[in-house]
Design a protein around this ligand. Sequence first.
Ligand SMILES: O=C(O)CCC(=O)C(=O)O
Ligand SMILES: [Fe+2]
Length: 313
Amino acid sequence: MGEAQIPHLDFCVGALGLEQKGTEEWKDMSKKVREACETHGCFLVAYDKIPMHQREEMIEKLEALFDLPEETKMKYTDGTYLRSYLRNSNESFGIPDATMFDVAQAFTNLMWPEGNTSFCETLRSMSSKMLELSFTILEMILSSFGLGKHYKSDLGNNASSVRLIKYKAPLTNDQPTIGVLAHTDTSILTILCQNEVQGLEVLSKDGNWVPVIIPKGCFAVFVGDALQAWSNGRLWAPNHRVRMSGHEDRYSWGSFLSPKEGTSIEVPEELVDTDHPLRYRPFIHSDYLSFYLANLNTGHEIQDELLKIYAGF
Ligand SMILES: O=C(O)CCC(=O)C(=O)O
Ligand SMILES: [Fe+2]
């Protein structure tokens, strides 16, 4: 399987009347989205509601953030993995609810006590726009299953988080170095964007690591464990990883749409039949997250199927 086979969908204005839900074009695109999530668990999407200049500005802001002194960056922690500055094979900040002005401002003021209005605005605005894209994709998937009503009920009860990441260039052209070990995301959906330095790879269903080359102006979308479970395994949350080579640092921005704390993930009865027997018991997503974090990959080439171990039959 080659990279060309990862579907590349066009959500740009003009190519798809995204505002007009229910049109033939919208239904057609929803089917393509669902098929991509069934077959590959990921796809690339061109999306011009986030214009190029905003993405370029975002990358400059990330560079400035990671250039701050280590002791400043380390101030950002509440002792949890989800809301802290972390440093391992990469550096990252996890920021839940960055779409909220107060959250974006508190983070910005911690990093720049003298203030940095334009960083704060970029953080809030990029987070909101990426979240809006996740909502559109989720709505397409659910209506393509004929289950649009669930958009407002179970999976509609969600929360968002961003992870800002810097991967240092290995400064060698020899063996690539690990940026992120193989893992699945626990989210419903993940959307990633990055600077021009590639390195993301996805494990195909037939067991090959495939580079996910993200063209300029595009985003990569991944199905997460919550959506795999809810869809009774019809949609697939693939293992993915980052490997770095070359002389340039990679910056990426992940937007995670996840079930709200305490939400129970239950397969809707419409997705269970003789061809698709029930594969997952109902579970509280935040309990799964604790299990996942306790069993996170620490070195394997492929992560264990934690979802199956936790909630599978
Ligand atoms: O940086 C990337 O492109 C991937 C990051 C990722 O997989 C994650 O944060 O879950
Ligand atoms: Fe991931």
